[in-house]
Design a protein around this ligand. Structure first.
Ligand code: SAM
Length: 292
């Protein structure tokens, strides 16, 4: 099956999405929401609150180039980030003393969110240049409670078994949500290669989690082989793991698939969320998992 046929089978709406807006959130390490919005309004912008968080805003795409020249942006008071990514990171129930592991962290946008809410964050990234860019990003945005590790996430659980209160795995993936028009680099072989890596990473994430802790598995791809299949694999391997229902405050999403290509998934998998692209939301998949 070709890429477009596969996506159509998941949901034909995916191919009709318009990307006419972008989003940003307030970086609380450097700024206050009201002051920053006042500053932007003085410069002629009309940021619209997203509705499900008081520090996340949306603007029309034509403002995207102009906003990077504003003081709010150059002083790192705002962080431009996709709404789906922000929503997924905000969905982790972080308590102020929690220790959060971000297992695939660069460029670090989600770690920055965790750092505002948690006591301590550990951010793991194996790619050297992405790792150093991420460290710079943390410094520029004033996050002081993030420890960084230039390591392969697959083996983290061996050094840190059951250490973390919360884990976020924003897995490396075939990035189908970023395919725009022509499909040049997509292949089923690539999807299968990522699926294998994701299964190793999700085990490492789960094993690193304290009993009673929660984790989120996420990708920016549509392929069920990289999403439902990976979550189902975890549930088969750890029957005590359960999925937590995520309350989604917008309409452009669907629940996890019950089956794909004659493979039926565990009933729990229906609690996964596939965000459909629309406006400032890009395509995204997330599953919230609880360790017994
Ligand atoms: C989707 S991106 C993460 C985006 C990041 N969470 C954010 O919001 O800014 C996936 C990252 O996983 C990294 N990665 C690739 N293989 C990995 C591995 N074996 N262990 C951990 N991370 C890996 C990639 O280099 C990439 O930076």
């Amino acid at each position: 099956m070709e890429f477009f046929d596969r996506v159509k089978k998941i949901n034909p709406k995916i191919l009709k999405a318009t990307k006419d807006r972008f989003s940003f959130r307030i970086n609380h390490h450097r700024a206050n929401t009201q002051e920053t919005i006042d500053l932007l309004q003085k410069e002629g912008f009309l940021p619209e609150p997203v509705g499900w968080a008081d520090d996340v805003f949306v603007l029309p795409m034509e403002d995207r180039k102009k906003i990077i020249k504003t003081q709010a942006y150059t002083q790192n008071r705002i962080y431009i980030q996709n709404l789906s990514s922000i929503f997924a990171a905000y969905s982790l129930d972080i308590a102020p003393d929690d220790w959060v592991l971000d297992l695939a962290a660069a460029p670090g946008g989600k770690s920055l969110i965790f750092s505002e809410r948690a006591g301590k964050v550990s951010a793991v990234e194996p790619d050297k240049s992405r790792f150093f860019r991420m460290k710079r990003n943390f410094k520029e945005h004033g996050a002081k409670n993030i420890q960084t590790y230039n390591k392969d996430g697959r083996f983290i659980y061996k050094a840190c078994p059951a250490w973390f209160d919360q884990v976020f795995l924003d897995a490396p993936c075939s990035s189908e949500a970023h395919i725009d028009g022509e499909v040049t680099w997509w292949s089923m072989r690539r999807v299968r290669r990522f699926s294998k890596l994701q299964k190793e990473l999700i085990i490492s994430a789960y094993e690193s989690l304290k009993p009673g802790g929660q984790m989120i598995y996420a990708t920016c791809t549509y392929a069920p082989e990289e999403n439902e299949v990976v979550v189902d694999f975890l549930l088969q391997k750890y029957p005590e793991a359960t999925l937590i229902e995520v309350e989604v405050p917008f309409e452009n999403y669907q629940k996890g698939l019950r089956e794909w290509e004659e493979k039926e998934f565990s009933q729990e998998v229906a609690k996964c969320v596939r965000i459909l692209p629309q406006g400032a939301y890009s395509g995204f998949f997330m599953a919230k998992i609880k360790k017994a």
